[in-house]
Design a protein around this ligand. Sequence first.
Ligand code: AMP
Ligand code: ZN
Ligand code: FE
Ligand code: FE
Length: 287
Amino acid sequence: MIDLHAHTTASDGSLTPRQLVERAARQGVKALAITDHDTLDGLAEAFSAGQEFGVEIVPGLEISAEFPIGTMHILGYYIDTESQLLLENLAMLRQARNTRNPRIIKKLQELGLDITLAEVEEVAGGEVVGRPHFARVMIAKGYVQTANEAFEKYLAKGAPAYFDKARLDPQVALEVIKKAGGVSVLAHPYQLKTKSNEELTKIIADLKMMGLDGLEVIYSRHSTQQVADYQALAQHYDLLVTGGSDFHGVTKPDIEVGIGLGQLVIPPVLLDHVKACAHHHKQILSQ
Ligand code: AMP
Ligand code: ZN
Ligand code: FE
Ligand code: FE
């Protein structure tokens, strides 16, 4: 069993990298990608825990890209963690959070909630502060029962305390990953919220032209139909197929590492293809 999408306390997951790797080992996960939002901070600890618990760690990250309708997230695997271009862009994305977050707090306070940025930052612990951390404080204070309710009532796009933050242009996100020798994968395509398969096809075609390497076909919240559609798209555009749970711990309590909602099956051979692609990119970079 493998899992190519999981979050730690370095971003908005609730387990430390070591706790996550230990849990993955207990679930029987043989290879695990750490894909925190906008940071590489969890990787070093994950690698040493990988040694300790016998789990192969795949270095990764998840970048927020600009997209008008829904959410566009781009995963990067086997990136050079010393790439200055990558590190600068990630610092910019974290700064964009630090610009947005006080606005969310102000709005929540106006709506009558007793909540401070210091409380949210304390829950976050690390350098990436995201909406799931707001949700956790709101749950702790009894304003909502679940993270999902916090998003629906306050934090999601269209809800009263939603504020946009600067993201990377998709082309830039793909370039940054490529120049860091990494493999780029469009995460959870259903979250783009495209109106039709035609529209999705066009977006995938555009991204492919910009250098996209793969599609996250297998995902906790993809229906059987979605998996089939995305699989066909990946095949048509000669994209790698990947799969991951998007495990976050307490903010997505129904999702378990390795198995998602219980139904995930991610063939280990998919990781072999990702590795071959990364190897190829690194060869080109070194020429
Ligand atoms: P942010 O990065 O601060 O914009 O927050 C977005 C993150 O919140 C996503 O990447 C998800 O991990 C998480 N998220 C989005 N919607 C929900 C939801 N309904 N319940 C729990 N977590 C969510
Ligand atoms: Zn997240
Ligand atoms: Fe995501
Ligand atoms: Fe994710």
